[in-house]
Design a binder for this molecule. Structure first.
Ligand code: DX5
Ligand code: ZN
Length: 222
């Protein structure tokens, strides 16, 4: 499949949110990546339902909701009602991950599980056929603008191997420190969804940067 690009709203200008949403609408981006942080699972608080409602009102592309919150089961339905097309929960935040993944699917959403940089992909052995997407954190969750962790390439390859023959349609999303220097190599390793926050929103021409990421297969090096 062609890979997807998901600009992270966390890096948008919240004083000009409608303008930034319309920029993404007019670009080659596929999804809006929406980072929800609770100040407990991660040492930062981002935004909640009123902001998602504002986003949903103007966005012409699906909302890809990344929950960095403890006990996400409490809010799945609310996120669905707020317009989430995908809901990704953290492996490290779910005691009953199988139940949570199926609750997301029952709501009609794409179900994702996220792994922190220190969590090996092998923990997904018994859930790999249930999930639609795995989000690999390529920075420690909590903040935008951090440096990409190189070990991510190895994790993408291990995850593709784990999913081979069992979930060949698996979406592998990479989140944190993605830019045009590593995008090609990430796709080459087996990723097919790239999140980009600061690299997009701090660019002089964000629409052009999104186009470059969308055409990143041109950048793939052997
Ligand atoms: C970090 C978030 C990321 C973040 C990515 O906890 O999950 O989605 O917004 O931002 P950049 O691309 O700036 O690293
Ligand atoms: Zn994210």
């Amino acid at each position: 499949m062609n890979h997807l690009i998901a600009p992270s709203v966390l890096a948008a200008d919240f004083g000009n949110l409608q303008r930034d949403i319309e920029m993404v609408n007019s670009s080659k981006a596929d999804w809006f990546h929406v980072d929800i942080m609770d100040g407990v699972f991660v040492p930062n608080i981002s935004f909640g339902f009123p902001v998602i409602a504002a986003l949903q009102k103007h966005a012409s592309k699906p909302l890809d909701v990344h929950l960095m919150i403890v006990d996400p089961d409490r809010y799945l339905e609310q996120f669905k009602n707020a317009g989430a097309a995908t809901i990704t929960v953290h492996y490290e935040a779910c005691t009953h991950l199988h139940r949570t993944i199926h609750a997301i699917k029952d709501l009609g959403c794409i179900a994702g599980v996220a792994l922190n940089p220190h969590t090996p992909v092998s923990v997904l052995e018994d859930i790999i056929t249930d999930v639609n997407m795995v989000l690999l954190m390529s920075v420690n969750p909590g903040f935008g603008g951090q440096k990409f962790i190189e070990n991510t390439y190895k994790k993408i390859r291990s995850l593709r191997a784990l999913a081979a023959g069992r979930n060949d349609d698996l979406l592998i999303e990479i989140d944190g420190g993605v830019n045009s220097n590593n995008a090609g190599a990430l796709l080459n390793a087996g990723a097919n969804v790239l999140v980009a926050g600061n690299f997009v929103f701090s660019a002089a021409d964000p629409v052009e940067v999104i186009k470059d990421l969308k055409e990143a297969s041109n950048l793939i090096q052997a």
